[in-house]
Design a protein around this ligand. Structure first.
Ligand SMILES: [Zn+2]
Ligand SMILES: [Zn+2]
Length: 324
């Protein structure tokens, strides 16, 4: 790929994207120019040594982390990837906009790769399996791989029929750039009108956008990497997925990954009240407003299977590459 084509793809992801898609398996060639925005996102955190910190900036980073973790788990994952609940077309678009502020590319790209993961979990064709490709490839390498930039729209036909979603997916840097500018602008406003807070526009940009988004990325990615390595297995799924309470806390419920691999279509991933799943509580609250509805439950047959297998964590973990 010529470097200028990769640069053009930052703005228009459809450009020269034909014929690509997740490859058969294994580490791919990294497209350094294409993933430069991602490198800048991570490296931008270092600007904190220049801007310093303030409580306002740190609070903004934390608030934006949680608001956008919900966008990843409640919207990109449970709605666009798994259709775990239903909504209207206008609200679907607003959800997609919210999801795009997470800076994890477009909703169709995310759903396409995630559905691919479920179809091939921890087997040869899985794009991000720590068992098949090692921890770092599953955590971050795969998203820099040349093959994994395009979206195969034929694999997400239920989403590709909405041109407004395809637009957001095609120009996937648009919302993140506007979002970063909005954060910068809010910092500027506070700098002028609330100087007592001690926050500056650059501080707000670094904490509210770069640090918050980078931590958000690595927390999300820990489900692809750590949640297939560390934790307990309630269900004997044919992959390495684990339930991990610590990951569930930092990802608002996604850490119940073995539950999720057993039954992907449910709106909840913590299957019991003691399995904290903040995303599910927020989805329940949203459903009371009428904006979303039809939250898919966990089938009673899955609960019966869990009961028959005994308490969570009692299942022997499958050794890497082996069978339980
Ligand atoms: Zn998984
Ligand atoms: Zn999933």
């Amino acid at each position: 790929m010529k470097p200028w084509v990769s640069v053009a793809q930052w703005i228009d992801s459809h450009r020269a994207a034909e014929g690509a898609g997740p490859g058969p398996s294994g580490p791919d060639r990294i497209d350094l120019v294409r993933c430069l925005p991602f490198v800048i996102l991570n490296a931008g955190c270092l600007a904190v040594f220049w801007t310093g910190w303030s409580w306002t900036a740190v609070a903004a980073a934390a608030a934006l982390y949680f608001a956008r973790m919900f966008a990843v788990t409640g919207i990109y994952h449970r709605y666009f990837s798994h259709k775990a609940y239903r909504t209207s077309r206008p609200v679907q678009f607003l959800l997609a906009l919210w999801g795009a502020t997470a800076v994890q590319r477009g909703p169709l790209w995310w759903a396409f790769h995630h559905r691919h993961h479920h179809r091939h979990s921890d087997r040869h064709d899985d794009t991000h399996s720590p068992r098949m490709h090692g921890f770092w490839w599953s955590h971050v390498g795969w998203i820099t791989g040349r093959r994994n930039f395009p979206t195969d729209y034929s694999k997400v036909p239920d989403l590709a029929r909405y041109p407004e979603l395809v637009f957001l997916n095609r120009f996937d840097l648009l919302v993140p750039v506007l979002f970063a500018l909005a954060i910068f602008g809010s910092g500027w406003w506070l700098e002028l009108h609330a100087p007592a807070l001690g926050v500056t526009r650059w501080q707000m940009l670094v904490w509210g956008f770069f640090i918050s988004t980078t931590v958000l990325f690595h927390a999300t990615s820990s489900i692809n990497s750590l949640a297939h390595i560390a934790g307990s297995r309630r269900f004997s799924t044919d992959d390495d997925s684990r339930n991990n309470s610590l990951l569930a806390v930092i990802t608002l419920g996604e850490g119940w990954h073995n539950n999720h691999h057993r039954y992907q279509g449910a709106a909840r991933q913590g299957f019991y009240w003691w399995e904290i799943d903040v995303t599910y509580y927020l989805l329940r609250a949203l459903s009371w407003t009428g904006l979303i509805w039809g939250l898919n439950p966990v089938p009673s047959s899955v609960y019966a299977e869990a009961a028959a297998r005994g308490p969570a964590g009692s299942q022997p973990a499958r050794p890497p590459g082996g069978q339980a």
